[in-house]
Write a protein that binds this ligand. Structure first.
Ligand code: XIL
Length: 359
């Protein structure tokens, strides 16, 4: 007689608690609210992390694999390997996929803004390149990627000398002016009319930047640009945002009729810093009981706001799986360990996890 129990996949065994029933994960606690996702690399979906992923999450975002630099390294040449592997894994396991991202000023390939002589290309050429890129990438995953971050982080952090200017002074803006934003959405919509299309940004709860993002979104909505929603990245810390600032942002954006998703959640145990630097001698990066408690409190607060907005928040994604590896280990401070997620370095649920699921 065949012993079926011996051939159960490790991921399934990992999801069994002592009673023999699968133990619930974040996705189960929040099933009446929104899908709960996580940003992944290929390494995550081919190694031991798969157990935690499948137990806890029902949506994936490729952390880097679909960005323009990695996926389109030379004009006309695409590198599909990693992106395909993540999409195949998600499809095989019935997970949703958010595509990230189609137009950003970082992680761009070196050829993008330049001609053969090394000069900036014209606006017409750059828009044509953007169109080719978006059409090819969106089309490849049509029907499998349900939502795209179409434009990422285009709004300026600080008000410039010209208070009417909303956008950051990136090569996109320098070469195309405002127009690239609407165009990016139009190209994506033409390639996959069913896909939900998002504008995605950080520091969305800070009043000044919130207002600039709102002005951009309103212009897009008023002009009939095919935008579905706005991604609040959620790169937060134990110090911010306050529940009221978070509510103000969700109210303002959703008041435009846009869906809201939390797209890159992590809660750093350090204050926000913009400039990159190295760890200073003597500066501690220990995860003290006090920090653990402050973090659990902050997670509890923001999730309680998320639940208030049931129906308006349609998705939530964590930016990395566990404290074993987070992009914040090297950003903005090189060599400083951070502990921003719900699972510890051994993949075990932290105090913050229990605050998030006990409601
Ligand atoms: C980060 C990745 O996590 C890192 O691995 C990479 O080196 C840099 O980019 N906002 C975004 C994400 O929209 O794409 C960024 O991801 C984090 C900030």
């Amino acid at each position: 007689m065949q012993r079926h129990s011996l051939i159960l996949a490790p991921a399934f065994l990992g999801a069994l608690c002592l009673t023999g029933r699968p133990s619930p994960g974040l996705k189960d606690y929040y099933k009446d609210y929104f899908p709960v996702g996580v940003a992944v690399s290929v390494r995550n979906i081919t190694g031991p992390d798969t157990t935690l992923i499948l137990q806890q999450f029902n949506s994936l975002t490729p952390e880097n694999a679909m960005k323009m630099g990695p996926i389109h390294p030379e004009e006309g040449r695409y590198n599909w390997k990693d992106a395909d592997a993540i999409v195949d894994f998600a499809t095989a396991h019935g997970l949703r996929i958010r595509g990230h991202n189609l137009c950003w000023h970082e992680q761009t390939p070196s050829w993008l803004f330049k001609d053969a002589q090394g000069n900036d290309v014209s606006k017409e050429v750059l828009l044509q390149r953007l169109k080719d890129h978006i059409t090819t990438v969106v089309n490849r995953y049509k029907g499998r990627i349900y939502a795209w971050d179409v434009v990422n982080e285009a709004v300026a952090d600080n008000a410039g000398p010209d208070s009417t200017r909303i956008l950051r002074n990136s090569p996109w803006y320098r070469i195309c002016g405002d127009e690239f934003i609407a165009k990016a959405f139009e190209y994506a919509h033409a390639a996959d009319p069913q896909a939900q299309l998002f504008y995605n940004d950080y520091n969305t709860e800070r009043p000044e930047k919130r207002q600039r993002i709102y002005r951009l979104l309103k212009q897009l909505v008023d002009a009939g640009v095919p935008i579905t929603g706005v991604g609040i990245q959620g790169h937060w810390s134990i110090f911010e945002p306050s529940p009221d600032d978070l509510r103000a942002t969700i109210d303002l954006f959703s008041g435009l009729g846009l869906k809201v998703q939390i797209t890159e959640l992590d809660i750093s145990v350090y204050p926000w810093e913009k400039e990159r630097r190295v760890l200073r001698p003597g500066e501690s990066d220990a995860y003290t009981p006090r920090l653990q408690q402050q973090q659990a409190d902050q997670y509890k607060k923001v999730f309680s706001v998320f639940r208030e907005y049931k129906g308006r928040i349609t998705g939530l994604t964590f930016w990395n799986i566990s404290d074993k590896h987070t992009w914040l280990d090297d950003y903005p401070v090189r060599g400083r360990k951070n502990y921003p997620l719900l699972f510890d370095t051994a993949g075990q649920p932290k105090k913050a996890y229990w605050e998030v699921v006990n409601f």
